[in-house]
Design a protein around this ligand. Structure first.
Ligand SMILES: *[C@@H]1O[C@H](CO)[C@@H](O)[C@H](O)[C@H]1NC(C)=O
Ligand SMILES: *[C@@H]1O[C@H](CO)[C@@H](O)[C@H](O)[C@H]1NC(C)=O
Length: 382
C-alpha cells in the first residue's frame, strides 16, 4: 500500500495549485493531474467512508427529526466537512464545530450559554446538548434557515465561506467563514453569480424542510450536452419533496436515482479514453469509475450546473472526480452518490439533489439572507 504523505508529493500538489492556470474553460474537456490523488494509507477505505457518510447525511437531510462588525473566522477542512472554532462558557472552552447549513440548531457537549466570538460575546445563545463526542469536531453549528440558527441568533444579513480543497483535510491550513450582520445595500459582490434562494413551498415553521437553502437547479450539462432530467425531479412537488439544496454538511453530492442514473450515464457514454473500473465501483459504491493507469493527466467532460436566473457553475474537474492511486492501479470516480450506492433502503422524501461541499471546493459562496439569493465565484481558497 502506498503512503501518499511524502513531502515531495505535497510539493507537487502545491505546484499544481500555485501554477496551473484556471482549469475552468469553455472546452468540454478538463484536465486533472494524476498527482492530485487522495492521500490515505487505504484509499478504498477512505472513498467508501466518504460515500457512506454522504449517504447517511442524505438520509438525515431527507428524513429529518423534527450586529456587530462582519466577523471572519477560520474554516478548517476536516474529514469531508468544514469546521469552525467557537468558545462557549465562562471561561470560554474552545470547541471545533462542523459548519452546517443543513440544520438550524447548534449542538455541543454541554458547557454553558455564552457564545464567545472573535469580537463579541452573545449571552444566552440557544444550544442543544449533544452526547456524542467520540470524534472531533465535538459540535455542530447550525447555519440553516430556522429561527434558532446561528445566522438568526446573530442577526446576520449574510454569511459566506470559501471551501479550501479537501486535499488539506486535517492539516493546519484553513480558509474563512465571513459573518456579516451589517445591513448592506444589496449590491453584488465582485464577480459573483447569483441565483434566488428558494424556500420549500410547504415548509411550515415546524417542518425541517424549511431549514434548507433551496436553489433552482434548472439544467445539468455534461460535456456541453444537456442531461435530459425530468422537470419534476428538479422541483419540489406539492408535498415539498424534490428540489435542490446547498448543504455545507454533505460531502459528496447526492442525487435521487432518476437524476443520478442520467448524469452517470452521460459520463459513461462520453468517456471513451478509459475503461470502466467495475472492481473499484463494487468496492467503493461510487460510479462511474475509470481505470486511468499509465495516464499522467486525465480528461473528462465538463460538468456544469445551470441555475434559475442564468447563473452557471462550471466545475473544476477535481470537484466532481476523485483520483486514487494504489500501487500500480490508478483510477478516477465520479464523486456523487445515490440511493443504491450502498444498497441501503430507498431514500424517499426531501430534496432530490443535495449539492455537497466537495462540489464547491475553491468556490467562495455567499448566503445573502437579506436579498434572498445564493451567490458564488470560483476562487482559490488557500
Ligand atoms: C421561532 O419560531 C417559532 C414558530 O413560529 C416560534 O414559536 C418561536 O417563538 C420563534 N423563536 C424565536 C426565537 O423567534
Ligand atoms: C474579477 O474578475 C476579473 C476578471 O477575471 C479579475 O481580473 C479580478 O481579479 C476578479 N476580482 C476578484 C475579486 O475576484
Amino acid at each position: 500500500m502506498n503512503s501518499f504523505a511524502s513531502s515531495s508529493y505535497i510539493v507537487s500538489i502545491l505546484l499544481v495549485y500555485a501554477f496551473s492556470p484556471s482549469i475552468s474553460s469553455s472546452s468540454s474537456s478538463l484536465t486533472i493531474s494524476i498527482f492530485d490523488t487522495i492521500r490515505h494509507p487505504d484509499p478504498y477505505k477512505r472513498l467508501t467512508h466518504l460515500a457512506t457518510t454522504s449517504i447517511a447525511r442524505a438520509k438525515h437531510i431527507k428524513n429529518p427529526q423534527n450586529a456587530p462588525n462582519p466577523t471572519t473566522t477560520p474554516l478548517s477542512p476536516f474529514s469531508g466537512a468544514y469546521s469552525i472554532s467557537l468558545g462557549f462558557g465562562t471561561p470560554p472552552q474552545i470547541i471545533p464545530f462542523v459548519m452546517d447549513t443543513g440544520s438550524s440548531y447548534t449542538w455541543f457537549p454541554c458547557y454553558g450559554g455564552t457564545l464567545t466570538m472573535p469580537h463579541e460575546k452573545i449571552e444566552d445563545f440557544l444550544v442543544g446538548c449533544s452526547v456524542f463526542s467520540s470524534n472531533q469536531p465535538a459540535g455542530l453549528a447550525g447555519f440553516g434557515r430556522g429561527n434558532s440558527s446561528f445566522p438568526s441568533q446573530l442577526g446576520l444579513k449574510k454569511f459566506s465561506y470559501c471551501l479550501i480543497s479537501h486535499k488539506f483535510d486535517n492539516t493546519e491550513k484553513s480558509s474563512f467563514l465571513l459573518m456579516d450582520a451589517e445591513s448592506d445595500s444589496g449590491s453584488k459582490t465582485e464577480n459573483f453569480s447569483y441565483t434566488p434562494m428558494l424556500k420549500n413551498p410547504v415548509g411550515s415553521e415546524n417542518s425541517a424542510l424549511s431549514d434548507y437553502y433551496y436553489v433552482g437547479l434548472r439544467k445539468i450539462t455534461v460535456g456541453g450536452k444537456k442531461v435530459e432530467i425530468l422537470h419534476k425531479d428538479l422541483s419540489p412537488d406539492s408535498n415539498g419533496d424534490g428540489g435542490t439544496i446547498v448543504d455545507s454538511g454533505t460531502t459528496f453530492t447526492y442525487m435521487n436515482q432518476a437524476v443520478f442514473d442520467l448524469v452517470a450515464d452521460a459520463f459513461s457514454d462520453q468517456v471513451k479514453d478509459y475503461t470502466s473500473a467495475e472492481d473499484v465501483e463494487a468496492v467503493t459504491g461510487l460510479r462511474p469509475c475509470f481505470d486511468v493507469a499509465g495516464h499522467v493527466t486525465v480528461k473528462m467532460p465538463e460538468l456544469k450546473l445551470h441555475f434559475k436566473g442564468g447563473a452557471e457553475m462550471a466545475l473544476p474537474l477535481e470537484n466532481y472526480f476523485i483520483a486514487v492511486s494504489d500501487g500500480g492501479k490508478s483510477f478516477v470516480c465520479l464523486t456523487a452518490v445515490t440511493d443504491d450506492t450502498l444498497l441501503g433502503p430507498e431514500l424517499v422524501g426531501g430534496p432530490s439533489v443535495i449539492l455537497g461541499n466537495f462540489l464547491m471546493q475553491n468556490f467562495h459562496v455567499e448566503f445573502d439572507l437579506r436579498n434572498e439569493r445564493f451567490g458564488f465565484r470560483q476562487q482559490y481558497c488557500s
